[in-house]
Ligand binder design. Structure first.
Ligand SMILES: [Zn+2]
Length: 293
């Protein structure tokens, strides 16, 4: 089991929402074909949060199987080139960049220097690529060494390989982003909480997660409930996640993205500025691997 997984409301009100005995159309097969497919999505009757319980090995997923299975032979480089060439009206990333730039301009003010950004779970790097083009100083973090090499060599940003919960000496940034990341981790509260100690005073966090309430109305085949998502959030559970991780919700809204995905996003600021380092995770300045010259 990939659990026990906890609802951000810490309640014991989980009831089965969808039971799968075969993968929904379009879902990547991670489990060995010989293993019977059995998976249940549970929904909290209090806050609307959903968790997915199954027998898949999450370590195998993030050791490279996810990138391999999701992008196949096309490779990171070709997938990156395809996505960055999408017209803005068809690009989820273009909308994300617009939201970030608008919020940052209001939050930091028009005279502020270009912000520093840490993107946790950078994947293909399309987001840091666009933010770098907008003048931001970006660092990509990913547990997959292929994604890190791609961020450094193709996207041209500083990049760090590691599990965000384990990695040390990252330093502090004006903005930390989690774009479709927290649904993949067992403990999203711990993951989000750690970002507070990597924020510069006055900084903010941006979070995007799949929207369970919009997706469940269309049934169990929706991609928001695919096997790689351990958590699927409601507006209430995203707000509770932020609160439990020590953040104040500045903005929270629902999107139906150009790709068809149902998404929730939120801008968060810490309830209290972190004056002291958390257990050594941010004691020295960032020394990431820089882009190749
Ligand atoms: Zn709940």
């Amino acid at each position: 089991m990939a659990g026990p997984l906890h609802c951000p409301c810490q309640g014991a009100w989980l009831a089965p929402l969808f039971v799968y005995t075969a993968p929904p159309a379009g879902e990547t097969r991670f489990a060995p074909p010989s293993a019977p497919y059995r998976r249940t999505v549970w929904r909290c009757r209090l806050c609307g949060h959903c968790v997915s319980q199954h027998a898949m090995d999450p370590a195998a997923l993030y050791a490279g199987a996810y990138v391999e299975a999701t992008y196949g032979d096309e490779g990171l480089r070709r997938a990156f080139a395809r996505i960055v060439s999408l017209p803005p009206a068809r690009s989820d990333n273009a909308g994300r960049v617009r939201r970030l730039l608008a919020f940052a301009a209001a939050h930091f003010g028009p005279a502020a220097p270009p912000p520093t950004l840490l993107d946790v779970g950078s994947g293909l790097g399309v987001f840091v690529h666009a933010m770098r083009a907008a003048g931001w100083r970006c660092t990509a973090l990913d547990p997959d060494p292929r994604a890190v090499r791609h961020a450094r060599d193709v996207v041209g940003v500083a990049a760090v390989c590691g599990d965000f919960l384990q990695v040390r000496d990252l330093g502090r940034f004006d903005v930390v982003t989690f774009n479709k990341v927290l649904e993949h981790v067992a403990d999203p509260v711990a993951m989000l909480a750690k970002s507070a100690c990597h924020l510069q005073p006055g900084g903010f966090v941006y979070v995007e997660v799949p929207d369970a309430d919009a997706a469940r109305r269309e049934g169990p085949e929706r991609e928001e409930f695919f096997i790689e998502h351990l958590h699927v959030f409601s507006a209430a559970s995203l707000a509770l996640l932020a609160q439990r991780a020590g953040f104040w919700v500045r903005q929270l809204a629902r999107l139906h993205e150009p790709s068809g995905k149902y998404t929730l996003y939120a801008f968060l600021t810490p309830e209290a500025e972190q004056e002291t380092a958390h257990a050594g995770c941010c004691q020295s300045p960032v020394e990431p691997v820089g882009p190749r010259q």
